[in-house]
Design a protein around this ligand. Structure first.
Ligand SMILES: *Cc1c(COP(=O)(O)O)cnc(C)c1O
Length: 452
């Protein structure tokens, strides 16, 4: 084993996913139907999801077997490497040990295929021929395009219009894997036509694109909907990250004091952190898990723990989560994957119960940390991942001050090779830090669905 890079063999890869719902002292309240405000049943969800995923959504089994076909595809890039960031540690002059789990080695360049592959698999098993989804910056659409191609299914991606025009590389990426990419809002759906009638110049938003994709899927028997984050089954699939990391650290005879992930909908954070939260909840491990979110979209640290819609039009189930309000339009930060008004109900509940922590950082200090990371470790991080790096660096600097040799583990959720314009903005001094949009959030929180 090399000193800096700790690999597992194929034989050591996990064969089951971990489900934190088995160990949580309190579960989130159930999702509600957007029209009736009553708990949604499997038959409601069955219009857009296959039964196996609905079962996972409500399962409290601790371990869920990874289908063999999924394991085989995972092997294209898994186990992903765990690195010890010796050069970064030296540059920071810290006694802390910093490890990072690198998910950018996947074909899409992020952790998202960890769930795209099983989602396509279960839909294929259920006889579905076509998946509809939304994408913001394009990372989720890229992952699902690849997954659909592997299982010989069609893929339709509603892409937020501003990104469609500003990020042609992601669009080309998806089209190369055979997906149809539609700028959203579009005139192909009823809710899209309504949004265009309200504002013909609309640049779109993730919430709007979700509404369009769900409408598409609900209206066709051969089509289901697929979501890249937030839902419980996504958190389950992403547990491969933390399970592998734990086994890799054990090989290095180490265990983290602090585990960090950037947090948009919560899936890569859950992925790296929940297997350690398991140790905390069942074995009293002292590990801290910290979600790192943007100061411009501070869902956990400034949002409200309640029920809210997952989309703008209010057609998807109402979720029990931290939210900034479903029509809150986050400022145009470069970490596009972190611009979501809500958060995973599982991450939200654990945060509400004080089992995990959260911190928010502005984008400029995050890019500064990302560039320092790139210059020392060689990998150019995704803008989203820069939020995890910033927090890891801050923890390492605290260790320096206190003279403590803590072990820090973070998830490097993706690479930034298709996000170079963001680095161009940083290098050119054009990257702004937005004020915390307090009044906008206050306004938006006034429009929560009434659920009692
Ligand atoms: C989508 C994405 C995120 C944010 O999503 P989570 O569900 O919070 O993990 C973070 N990093 C990268 C690289 C992404 O593509």
């Amino acid at each position: 084993m090399s000193e800096t890079k700790i690999l597992l063999s194929e034989k050591e890869m996990p064969t089951s996913w971990y489900n934190v719902m088995a160990d949580m002292p309190n579960l989130p309240k159930p999702p509600l139907h957007p029209a009736t405000k009553q708990p949604v049943g499997p038959q409601d969800l069955g219009a857009i999801f296959p039964m196996e995923l609905i079962k996972q959504e409500v399962s409290t089994d601790r371990w869920i077997e990874i289908p063999e076909e999924v394991q085989e595809i995972y092997k294209l890039w898994r186990p992903s490497p765990l690195y010890r960031a010796y050069r970064l540690e030296k540059a920071l002059d810290t006694p802390a040990k910093i490890y990072y789990k690198y998910e950018g080695v996947s074909p899409a360049g992020s952790h998202k295929p960890n769930t795209a592959i099983p989602q396509a698999y279960y839909n294929k098993q259920a006889g579905i021929k076509r998946l509809a989804t939304e994408t913001g910056a394009g990372q989720w659409g890229s992952a699902l395009s690849i997954a659909c191609k592997f299982f010989d299914m069609e893929c339709v991606v509603y892409m937020v219009k501003v990104s469609y025009h500003q990020k042609p590389y992601r669009r080309i990426f998806m089209q190369t894997y055979g997906a149809s990419v539609i700028p959203s809002p579009s005139n192909l759906t009823e809710c899209g036509r309504k949004m265009l009638a309200d504002n013909p110049e609309s640049l779109g938003s993730l919430g709007m694109a979700i509404s369009e994709a769900v409408e598409d899927a609900a209206g066709r028997d051969d089509t289901n909907y697929s979501l890249g984050s937030v839902l419980n089954h996504v958190m389950i699939h992403q547990s491969v990250i933390g399970l592998e990391a734990k086994a890799q650290l054990a090989k290095a005879d180490d265990y983290p004091d602090v585990v960090i992930g950037c947090c948009g909908g919560g899936s890569n954070f859950a992925g790296i952190a929940f297997p350690f939260v398991h140790d905390k909840l069942t074995k009293g491990a002292k590990v801290r898990a910290i979600a790192s979110e943007p100061a411009a979209c501070p869902t956990l640290t400034k949002g409200k723990f309640t029920y809210d819609y997952g989309d703008t039009a209010g057609i998807v189930p109402i979720l029990n989560m931290y939210t900034l309000g479903h029509d809150f339009m986050p400022p145009g930060i470069h970490a596009g994957g972190l611009r979501y008004h809500g958060d995973s109900p599982l991450v939200s509940r654990l945060y509400h119960d004080g089992i995990i922590e959260a911190e928010a950082r502005a984008q400029r200090p995050c890019f500064e940390a990302a560039v320092m990371f790139a210059q020392n470790e060689g990998i150019l991080p995704a803008p989203e991942s820069s939020h995890a790096i910033r927090l890891a660096v801050d923890e390492a600097l605290k260790c320096k001050e206190a003279g403590e040799a803590k072990t820090i583990l973070f998830c490097l959720s993706g690479n930034g090779y298709l996000d170079l314009p963001s680095y161009d903005a940083y290098i050119g001094g054009k990257l702004e830090d937005y004020e915390y949009p307090e009044s906008l959030i206050e306004e938006s929180l006034k429009k929560l669905p009434v659920t009692e």
